[in-house]
Design a binder for this molecule. Structure first.
Ligand SMILES: NC(=O)C1=CN([C@@H]2O[C@H](COP(=O)(O)OP(=O)(O)OC[C@H]3O[C@@H](n4cnc5c(N)ncnc54)[C@H](OP(=O)(O)O)[C@@H]3O)[C@@H](O)[C@H]2O)C=CC1
Ligand SMILES: O=C(O)[C@@H]1CCC=N1
Length: 268
């Protein structure tokens, strides 16, 4: 895939909550956006925004400063974007691109609500804060898509989706996925406790195993990775067989992803 275009002009981050702060930290860490090119709109004071301010970012400047903005990154709750965008829209120039990280809100819905700017949807994980996130990108507009990639590729393993309809599934797998792994790790620790470990030891072992598994993964196929640990006839195979009995592992994850997809659609 060709390199994504660079972004020329201020980047406006609208919303500096959990994800907005992670994006901000990732941009500054990776040098993707210079602090002096950042405008942050946030109703309340946020540590990540204060750090960016100390490096030259502008926080809640007069809205007239948005007139030369290249990108508006919408990182507010899906229920809020209409009221948040209404006062900003009159100040945006024709070349501005709207980048939405909101789950579920479709490009046609955004276009109907805020007018004719090119839209790119990006679904990142909060791992972008450490330059090690995941991001799914979709746009009907080539320039907007390039800008989405340019802003996230330096801090996320990035996948370009072929169709916007896939964004809900990508959100359910990747946007939410780290939480599933944490929930699994919590359940593994509690199962270890049930098997006799004290709670602290079980927590340490389960968390360290998640880290170690991620570090050891590389680009090998998942079946090969499993086979490397599960000796034929050994204890890991016994555990895996119990986990997959009657198809329950697959059924549980099918239900998990389907529920998240459904909720994404409802929020949009
Ligand atoms: N958290 C995650 O892992 C992911 C989240 N997303 C998406 O990111 C979006 C934000 O989620 P998340 O960060 O978790 O939510 P948060 O509630 O943590 O952040 C939303 C932020 O929006 C701010 N806000 C509210 N009104 C305005 C306004 N008028 N102008 C500017 N900012 C405003 C809030 O400010 P204040 O705190 O001052 O009220 C708040 O900090 C959602 O649409 C979600 O779908 C997508 C992928 C992953
Ligand atoms: O839970 C949510 O709604 C958002 C979308 C993906 C991660 N967090």
């Amino acid at each position: 895939m060709p390199n994504a275009a660079s972004v020329s002009g201020p980047v406006v981050l609208v919303g500096c909550g959990r994800l907005g702060s992670a994006i901000l930290e990732g941009w500054l860490l990776s040098g993707t956006v210079a602090a002096s090119d950042l405008i942050i709109l946030s109703p309340s004071e946020k540590p990540a925004a204060e750090t960016a301010r100390a490096k030259g970012a502008r926080i809640n400047p007069p809205l007239e400063t948005l007139t030369d903005a290249a990108v508006i990154v919408l990182a507010v709750k899906p229920a809020l974007w209409r009221e948040v965008m209404a006062p900003l829209a009159p100040f945006l120039n024709d070349r501005a691109v709207i980048l939405s990280v909101m789950a579920g809100v479709t490009a046609p819905t955004l276009a109907e609500g805020i007018g004719g700017w090119p839209i790119v949807r990006v679904m990142p994980t909060t791992g972008v804060s450490r330059g090690r996130g995941v991001a799914s990108v979709w746009s009907a507009d080539a320039r907007a898509g390039d800008i989405g990639r340019a802003l996230f590729e330096p801090m996320a393993e990035t996948v370009v989706l072929a169709d916007e309809v896939l964004m809900d599934a990508a959100t359910a797998v990747a946007g939410s996925g780290a939480a599933y792994f944490y929930a699994f790790t919590e359940a593994l620790a509690r199962a270890g406790e049930a098997a006799g470990l004290d709670a602290t030891t079980a927590d340490v072992l389960a968390r360290a195993t998640l880290r170690s598994a991620a570090d050891s993964m590389g680009d090998d196929g998942l079946e090969a990775l499993i086979a490397r640990i599960a000796s034929p006839g050994g204890s890991t195979r016994a555990g895996l067989d119990a986990m997959a009995k009657d198809g329950r592992l697959t059924a549980m994850l099918d239900e998990t992803v389907a529920a998240a997809v459904k909720r994404n659609r409802e929020m949009g």
